[in-house]
Design a protein around this ligand. Structure first.
Ligand code: SF4
Length: 315
């Protein structure tokens, strides 16, 4: 029987799923992904986490609990840095310890450090560290990674090609992938918007080439990967005027967002008249309130159109 490796359907799973799942499968493991977020996962995650953690970290705990009795290993890498010269949110660095301290009777945790702050020179070492749980043959591990990376590239390309080509109004749903693509947490915000004949874009649909190019227009160095991506996306949208509104979906207690959102909002107000709205979610957010805010935002966009932009974009 093949070894079972669990991957929590949370945090960066929403970006790297094809890479991680293919890599383990190519090494002969059976990959088990936690269920879609549901009430039990949310409640158990909240109960097992310290109060002041952000919602995505609480959810991550819930997804680990969902997996813990079903697998031999759980993949929880210690992510320090994904790109040269950039940091990631500190919550990712301490995640394996946090999980081990909060949840009892866990299977073995694959908590290999991923740290590319200086360069990706140690990529092979990192891959080997993870792959050796399933194979001792470096060539085998390297082959598995190459196949996984190709699949990941293809997935990213498909996401880019997903931009709807219609005359509908367009709203950019901005934020961390795990807030945008977890439909339970954001109460299906994408569907709520698109059911109004509005096309929804996410930062994952913007080519990294544009994001990197426009992030350089930011005055100052962007040390945070999330900041580079989201500020780069905003500056690209402002200059190319290709959306009719921007909704930022954030989580209560996110330190990174408290800085990014402020910067993004200032840029939008100063350099464009694109309407902007911040939606902050936590475990108590009610669906009624969320619906009202989204509907009001969409109405405002439609009225502005009729009224030739005489309605203020920012209230
Ligand atoms: S970036 Fe924000 S939401 Fe994401 S893990 Fe860090 S604190 Fe939580």
């Amino acid at each position: 029987m093949s070894t079972k490796v669990g991957i929590p359907r949370a945090l960066l799973f929403h970006e790297y799923a094809p890479l991680w799942t293919t890599f383990f499968e190519e090494l002969g493991a059976q990959v088990i992904i936690s269920e879609n977020t549901n009430k039990t996962i949310l409640n158990e995650g909240v109960q097992s986490t310290v109060d002041d953690a952000c919602l995505p970290v609480k959810l991550f705990h819930g997804h680990v609990l969902n997996l813990k009795d079903k697998v031999d290993y759980i993949f929880i890498p210690r992510i320090m840095s994904l790109f040269k010269g950039e940091h990631i949110c500190p919550k990712f660095c301490g995640l394996p310890e946090m999980i081990k301290n909060s949840i009892k009777d866990l299977p073995k945790i694959i908590s290999t450090e991923i740290d590319f702050i200086k360069s990706k020179n140690n990529l092979n070492e990192t891959i080997y560290e993870i792959g050796k749980y399933f194979s001792n043959d470096f060539n085998d591990i390297s082959r598995a990674y190459d196949i996984a990376y190709l699949k990941f590239e293809k997935y990213k390309k498909n996401t880019l090609n997903n931009i709807p080509n219609t005359n509908n109004k367009k709203i950019m749903l901005m934020g961390h992938s795990y807030n945008l693509y977890d439909t339970y947490v954001n109460m299906n915000a994408i569907n709520k918007i698109s059911s109004n004949q509005i096309d929804v874009l996410t930062p994952q649909m913007i080519d990294d080439i544009h994001i990197n190019e426009y992030s350089k227009k930011y005055k100052g160095k962007l040390f945070w990967t999330f900041a580079r991506k989201l500020i780069g996306t905003t500056l690209y949208l402002i200059e190319n005027k290709n959306v009719d509104g921007i909704i930022y979906v954030s989580s209560f207690g996110c330190g990174i967002d408290s800085i990014i959102v402020n910067t993004i909002e200032r840029y939008i107000k100063r350099k464009s008249n694109i309407p902007f709205m911040l939606l902050t979610l936590d475990e108590h957010t009610g669906e009624g309130g969320l619906n009202t805010r989204i509907e009001a935002f969409i109405d405002m966009i439609k009225w502005r159109d009729k009224d030739e932009g005489n309605i203020s974009a920012h209230g």
